[in-house]
Design a protein around this ligand. Structure first.
Ligand code: PLP
Length: 482
């Protein structure tokens, strides 16, 4: 591909995407096609011969775009994947063109500097001081894994990196945790049985009496309490654990405190409901995901560590083929010595460009709009005789349910699933369902700067109509069979 073709293809694609974003609301949020049909679109053997760029892009227009989930559509309020900020999209294009490998300084000096600056912005936001450090990751899952691994190493006096885990240990977390925590306790060699999942109160915050009891019980059994994981914004309802209280327990028994703010970290930018006073800075390590509520395109998560040295203790191995002999003054920062991943994408560029282009103030306004929308839905549901909300939303995630006294929980579950499917089929919205304290709920979560209040009202109307329609059809079937 010569530079003329690159230029004209690039211009064509930018025009295509500008039009896509401009008219995104006219599309169906989710495609009206069976998975088999979508798979068949791409069923071909490895191409041996070249095609023209025009033909390849034409295929994207015909086969990729129509069958996407359009997460930038204002009706997308589902699993936490934001409407990506347009400048972040451009940043990813630049990032791929330059292909800097931020694992090692010699493969990206300016990229490493930007990455370090973005990490500094994030540690400042969380209230850490200049001792802190971190890594950008593929997302919250990897960040939680690294946070726990660093915690395990610290708790073992840096023996676990070499000897493995030699004593039975336990990790404590709310039942509302993200599943990444279960995977992380397995990956660091403790096994999932070492995870104590603790009950929550009526606001879905972890119960401290249950934590105290679990720690005491483990100590009685000779099991070492190793780490507490606090949640700063649960996936279902945005609940924030009492981080100060968790810190007190951790200090008393010498446990590591990791806080999962993958979703809730966005609230640090909020103007109306800033959560900078919740003690996040007391955590030993933090997960925060710019690709969630900072509206960065996938992928960019982050693990932040209060004491940067902990990362080096956990990962500081220098193989001979990576040694930078030219770094006489030891000034070249090598992420591979201070993190888990080696080769990695220049993820910070999209975060850096977003903060430069929009400023934290604008991003905070988008966040506040999403919280307003969740609160509006809460008051609609709470004021409706047939709906209830699981809790008042501290963030933008809200769970509501259709309560019909005549339905068993199994029937209610089937009704919520059926309504969610109809919402998807309508093409106007996408949301999920979930389980909380033994009941099924609609889970609605705007992390979308295009969503407006009217979309929330239309979705609520659709949930009412859908629930009644399913009930009517069920009654008709019952009558016909009697
Ligand atoms: C609270 C929480 N932690 C961790 C994760 C995992 O993050 P990721 O999907 O970026 O790996 C999620 C994802 O939704 C989450 O909500």
């Amino acid at each position: 591909m010569d530079s003329n073709e690159f230029r004209s293809l690039g211009h064509y694609v930018v025009d295509l995407l500008a039009g896509y974003l401009e008219h995104i609301e006219e599309r169906r949020v989710f495609p009206d096609a069976e998975p088999r049909t979508v798979n068949e679109l791409f069923a071909e053997p490895l191409p041996q011969n070249p095609s023209s760029s025009e033909d390849v892009v034409k295929e994207l227009q015909e086969k990729l775009l129509p069958y996407c989930t359009h997460v930038g559509h204002p009706g997308y309020m589902g699993l936490i994947t934001p409407s990506p900020s347009p400048v972040g999209v451009i940043a990813d294009f630049v990032c791929s063109a330059l292909n800097q490998n931020v694992g090692a300084y010699s493969i990206g000096p300016s990229a490493v500097a930007i990455e370090r600056r973005v990490i500094r912005w994030l540690t400042d936001l969380c209230g850490y001081d200049a001792q802190a450090g971190g890594n950008l990751t593929s997302g919250g899952m990897t960040a939680n894994f690294i946070g726990l691994k660093v915690g395990r190493d610290a708790a073992s006096g840096d023996r676990a990196q070499h000897e493995g885990v030699r004593e039975p240990c336990a990790v404590y977390v709310s039942e509302e945790r993200h599943v990444s925590v279960d995977k992380a306790v397995d990956a660091i060699g403790l096994g999932r049985n070492a995870l104590r999942t603790l009950p929550t109160d009526d606001k879905f915050q972890v119960r401290l009496d249950a934590l105290e009891e679990a720690v005491a019980q483990d100590k009685r059994k000779g099991i070492r309490p190793m780490c507490i994981i606090g949640v700063f914004g649960t996936t279902n309802t945005g609940a924030v654990d009492d981080i100060r209280a968790l810190r007190r327990v951790a200090d008393r028994d010498n446990l590591w405190l990791h806080v999962d703010a993958a979703y809730g970290g966005g609230m640090l930018l909020s103007h109306h409901w800033p959560m900078r006073d919740r003690g996040l800075e007391l955590a030993d390590s933090i997960t925060i995901d710019p690709h969630k509520w900072f509206y960065a395109p996938l992928d960019v998560g982050a693990v932040l560590v209060k004491d940067h040295q902990r990362l080096t203790e956990s990962f500081g191995i220098r193989p001979s083929y990576l040694t930078d002999e030219l770094d006489q003054a030891n000034e070249r920062y090598q992420f591979y010595v201070h993190g888990f991943e080696q080769s990695r994408r220049f993820r910070s560029l999209k975060v850096w460009m977003s903060f430069k282009r929009y400023g934290a103030r604008q991003i905070g306004e988008w966040i506040d709009n999403n919280v307003h929308q969740a609160r509006h839905l809460y008051s609609l549901a709470e004021n409706h005789p047939e709906f209830e909300a699981a809790s008042a939303p501290p963030m933008s995630a809200i769970c509501i349910r259709f309560k019909n006294a005549g339905l068993s929980e199994t029937e209610s579950k089937a009704l919520h699933a059926e309504v969610a499917q109809r919402v998807e089929q309508s093409g106007r919205f996408w949301m999920s369902t979930t389980e909380l304290k033994g009941k099924t709920w609609f889970r609605i979560n705007p992390v979308n700067f295009r969503t407006r209040q009217e979309h929330i009202e239309q979705l609520f109307a659709m949930l009412q109509e859908g629930s009644h329609a399913v009930l009517r059809e069920k009654d008709a079937i019952n009558r016909a069979s009697n």
